[in-house]
Write a protein that binds this ligand. Structure first.
Ligand code: SAM
Length: 219
């Protein structure tokens, strides 16, 4: 089975479960036209994030790593009328494209972008206003810093998802070491024996080839 076969598999399943969506398509098109890297979550992953937010009836969502706001749109649409999403992005160029895409999705009032280094922005957020769901998808070497702040900001029973933690299985390969892989390993080390959360890694395959996410519940 090749990577192309797995991409085809995603397209096949999506054709039954996920209708074409002109707003999401336009967000990807606008992102590509502005030269943003094509590293947004896949269609099925975006839908999963949305279903998950609905399942836990999330009213407050925090995202670290906005890019063009593709995952933000999926998540923002899961929110009730009085829901709120805050998304953190270091690149003002990415944030500008995301603003356009969120506006086109009719989500500008619910979804707020904070431009700046994600960790500094997280530190500024008050512990009193807890989040139900935090999605960490920014620079991977900072995963431990983001996760530590996420634990402070998430409500008890809330969910933290960290993307791209399998990386073709390379995280487990001792021959491999790049800063992204080391970032995941540091997080795994920090999670070992951490009584604050219960977590598991779910490995995935599809359009984004072989990867996976950590799913953690705050105790
Ligand atoms: N969540 C997006 C989606 O699925 O549509 C994809 C996010 S992309 C994988 C990672 C983003 O994190 C990039 O836009 C990058 O500019 C941003 N980023 C990198 N370092 C950052 C930092 N220190 N603070 C905040 N954002 C950062």
């Amino acid at each position: 089975t090749t990577i192309e076969d797995w991409a085809r598999s995603d397209v096949y399943h999506n054709s039954f479960l996920i209708p074409q969506d002109s707003v999401l398509d336009a967000a990807l098109k606008n992102s590509a036209a502005n030269g943003l890297p094509e590293i947004a979550v896949s269609v099925s992953q975006g839908k999963f994030l949305q279903l998950h937010a609905r399942a836990i009836q999330a009213k407050r969502i925090l995202e670290v790593g906005t890019l063009g706001g593709y995952s933000t749109i999926w998540l923002g649409r899961a929110l009730p009328e009085d829901g709120e999403l805050i998304t953190l992005e270091i690149s003002s160029k990415h944030a500008k494209v995301a603003e356009e895409n969120l506006s086109n999705a009719g989500l500008s009032s619910k979804c707020k972008i904070i431009v700046g280094p994600g960790h500094e922005s997280m530190v500024e957020l008050p512990s009193e206003k807890k989040f139900d769901f935090i999605f960490i998808d920014a620079d991977k070497p900072s995963n431990v810093k983001y996760f530590t702040e996420a634990k402070r900001l998430i409500r008890k029973g809330g969910v933290i998802i960290v993307d791209n933690v399998v990386r073709f299985g390379r995280v487990a390969d001792p021959e491999q070491s790049d800063p992204n892989i080391e970032g995941v390993r540091s997080l795994l080390n920090a999670l070992k024996g951490d009584k604050d959360v219960d977590a598991t890694t779910i490995a995935t395959v599809g359009e984004k080839a072989y990867d996976g996410f950590i799913y953690a519940i705050r105790n």
